[in-house]
Design a protein around this ligand. Sequence first.
Ligand SMILES: C[S@@+](CC[C@H](N)C(=O)[O-])C[C@H]1O[C@@H](n2cnc3c(N)ncnc32)[C@H](O)[C@@H]1O
Length: 272
Amino acid sequence: MADQVENASAVRTTSDWMAVIRHRESTEPDAYLVDPYAERLGGSEALVAYLAKLGGPNEVVITRGRFGDAVIAEALGSGVDQVAILASGSDTRPWRLPMPGATVYEADLPGQVETKIATLARAGVSPAGQVAVDVDLRTPWAGRLTEAGLDPRRPAVFLVEGLFYYFPADEADLLLDRLGSIAAEGSRLAFDIPDSAYADEPANAEFLAYMLDRGSPFVGASADPVRWLAGHGWDASAYLAADLGSSGLVPAPPARLVRPDRPIWHVGARRR
Ligand SMILES: C[S@@+](CC[C@H](N)C(=O)[O-])C[C@H]1O[C@@H](n2cnc3c(N)ncnc32)[C@H](O)[C@@H]1O
């Protein structure tokens, strides 16, 4: 239990890094994702630059973000009106994406979403009306979402970005089981997860050692997310960054965001 708490607290702060990465991307002339609110969430630019030097997979924050936006847009365009962002951290979609008529649930460790809302409010950004749900996603959490209003009889779109890295296989399976218990047929799901080869790439060794040392080791991976998802009742497609253009959902990312030595899957799925 002590290990889990330590891990949760170390993983919690990784969400600040995400905001810095999204802000930096927003200033690129060929930005693949623009997040006008990320700058106001703070985070250490110096630390994120250091992580990049170590070989941190900063690019995937941008590519999965654009992919997740497209999965939400496709679902809402098909009449889905419930959006559940799990491990939402510094995600600013409730502010930056038009989601008229949809209810957006943001679930993260206790206080995480409220802190973001308060930080943005102090910077003059009004609350976006999302429902904040305090949960530890390693525990039975699905009932918390339904108590908060999510209707499990109607399809929803679920996002789980930047989390499976920290969940060993048994916990990742449990999370999918719990998600499946509230995902009606036709629900959508998008998430990212390292390929099993990620940890063996010498280019990633320094970063992985850093993450281990700080108490938030990368322990999650999948060699075949499509097969994994099929076993949990989802029809899935999975793309590495280089193939994202073939998803039909997003354009191909610029070359600077495509790192073959950092193989990470972008998974999009539909509930059977
Ligand atoms: C790398 S950040 C990703 C945040 C966001 N999805 C994004 O892409 O910017 C990981 C997030 O997972 C959350 N998290 C980690 N372990 C969790 C757990 N057991 N239950 C709920 N949230 C968790 C952290 O608090 C943090 O906000």
